[in-house]
Write a protein that binds this ligand. Structure first.
Ligand code: AMP
Ligand code: MG
Length: 413
């Protein structure tokens, strides 16, 4: 079947509809065991229970003296110091009436004691300690299992692991944990004019930027990029690239170039011949031509070749797919609201993503266009802090109008 014929029949899809189709196709991947530090930022794929009480025994919350509260019903009270309870082992001493044991934070409470008086509330006098304040039984004693109890479910599948969860896993004696595995993403650039970055381009040739932008995005969003290089505009070569991606056990294939209506735009033909193609024209700018389908059971996103379009389409469509595959259930984009410094004129019914720089003012963020918004101007993305989203039904906006800006950098402020 000729993809070009289908192209014209396809309705123009809105961004949400395209994303819905992609998300309906990609599946959450299986789990893998990884060392706990490798699990940071990933989605837990098992139930984690406590193997023992934490803390294992009642212990001191302060450096001070372990005493019997009944001995200090009135302050000051004099107690005889009979020894010391260090952290890390059981104290063989028993605190009888009228005695005290010097104790360190975290040390198990010696038998007989029920309370710890901090050093600040005592005065030492030879082998005697004077307790200067009254206290209540149980003060400064941490109970066994007050953090977590043996058998307690501490973490459930789906939990996103932050530093505190990694620490908890360590506390529970887990050195490895099951998380959803990272997607393997095969990246294939296409185009007779495109050469690898280490080659000197001949007349009319350009270096392959897209493979590297996309690989960096894949890595940023938790995937493993597999760079397949550049295929020339020949159906057999693109077909061969797709087969290589399948042989590499890619979970997702991302191509760039070759999806518009030009004579050499072959990715969609290959998709149609080798797999199931659902391709569309998207109602967005930049990035109108974009193909999506499935080959050999693997979803394939055919990005447009223009570097700006390729990057924005990856953010909008590949990022959520990667996050879903890794077990995340939400993927909101960090965004701010900002006032436009420039008016926006002559829209065309598509959703526009404008590259902007952000400036903080006393009354909020202000967004200034980075200049030429052409989809080949990669440097405008280098300059951009974010993408201002101008909805389909908005035809023009005056300067000062408020817009959503999707952030392309962390704004540390
Ligand atoms: P295409 O979608 O193949 O028609 O390509 C659209 C534009 O993007 C053309 O100007 C290409 O030269 C350019 N282009 C395609 N692939 C790449 C790439 N990998 N890196 C940089 N520019 C590219
Ligand atoms: Mg091309």
């Amino acid at each position: 079947m000729d993809g070009r014929v289908q192209d014209e029949r396809r309705p123009v899809l809105r961004v949400e509809e395209a994303l819905e189709q992609i998300l309906a196709t990609v599946r959450v991947l299986e789990s893998e065991q990884v060392p706990i530090l490798e699990a940071l930022g990933r989605v837990l794929a098992e139930e984690v229970t406590a193997d023992r009480d934490i803390p294992p025994l009642p212990n001191s919350a302060m450096d001070g003296y372990a005493i019997r509260a009944a001995d200090v019903t009135q302050a000051p009270a004099r107690l005889r110091v009979i020894g010391e309870a260090p952290a890390g082992r059981l104290c063989p001493l028993e605190v009888g009436p009228g005695t005290a044991v010097r104790i360190m934070t975290g040390a198990p409470i010696p038998a007989g004691a029920d309370t710890v008086v901090p050093f600040e509330h005592t005065r030492l006098d030879g082998e005697w300690v004077e307790v200067l304040r009254e206290t209540r039984s149980g003060t400064n004693v941490r109970e066994a299992g007050e953090d977590v109890r043996a058998g307690q479910v501490v973490l459930s599948p789906g939990h996103v692991l932050r530093p505190q969860e990694i620490g908890m896993l360590a506390a529970l004696g887990r050195i490895e944990v099951a998380v959803v595995r990272r997607p393997r993403v095969a990246i294939l650039a296409t185009g007779d004019e495109v050469v690898p970055p280490w080659e000197t381009p001949g007349p009319g040739q350009i270096r392959d930027a897209n493979s590297y932008t996309v690989a960096a995005q894949v890595r940023q969003y938790g995937g493993i990029p597999l760079l397949l290089g550049v295929a020339r505009d020949e159906e057999a070569l693109i077909r061969e690239g797709v087969r290589r991606a399948l042989a590499e056990q890619a979970d997702l294939i991302v191509t760039s170039g070759g999806v518009s209506i030009g004579d050499f735009d072959l990715v969609k033909q290959v998709l149609a011949a080798e797999g199931e193609m659902r391709f569309w024209s998207l109602s967005m700018k930049p990035g109108r031509p974009m193909a999506f389908g499935v080959v050999g059971g693997v979803p394939l996103v055919g990005l447009p070749g223009n570097p700006v379009s390729a990057m924005i389409a990856t953010e909008l469509f590949v990022r959520p797919a990667l996050l879903k595959m890794q077990g995340f259930t939400r993927w909101p984009w960090p965004e701010v609201r900002a006032r436009l410094a420039d008016p926006i004129l002559r829209k065309d019914g598509r959703r526009h993503y404008l590259r902007v720089q952000l400036r903080e003012t006393p009354t909020g963020w202000e967004a200034t266009l980075t200049g030429d918004q052409g989809s080949g101007i990669l440097y405008s993305l280098v300059q951009a802090d974010g993408l201002a989203v101008i909805p389909e039904d908005v035809d023009h906006l005056p300067a000062g109008a408020e817009v959503r800006v999707l952030l392309l950098r962390e704004l540390r402020c």
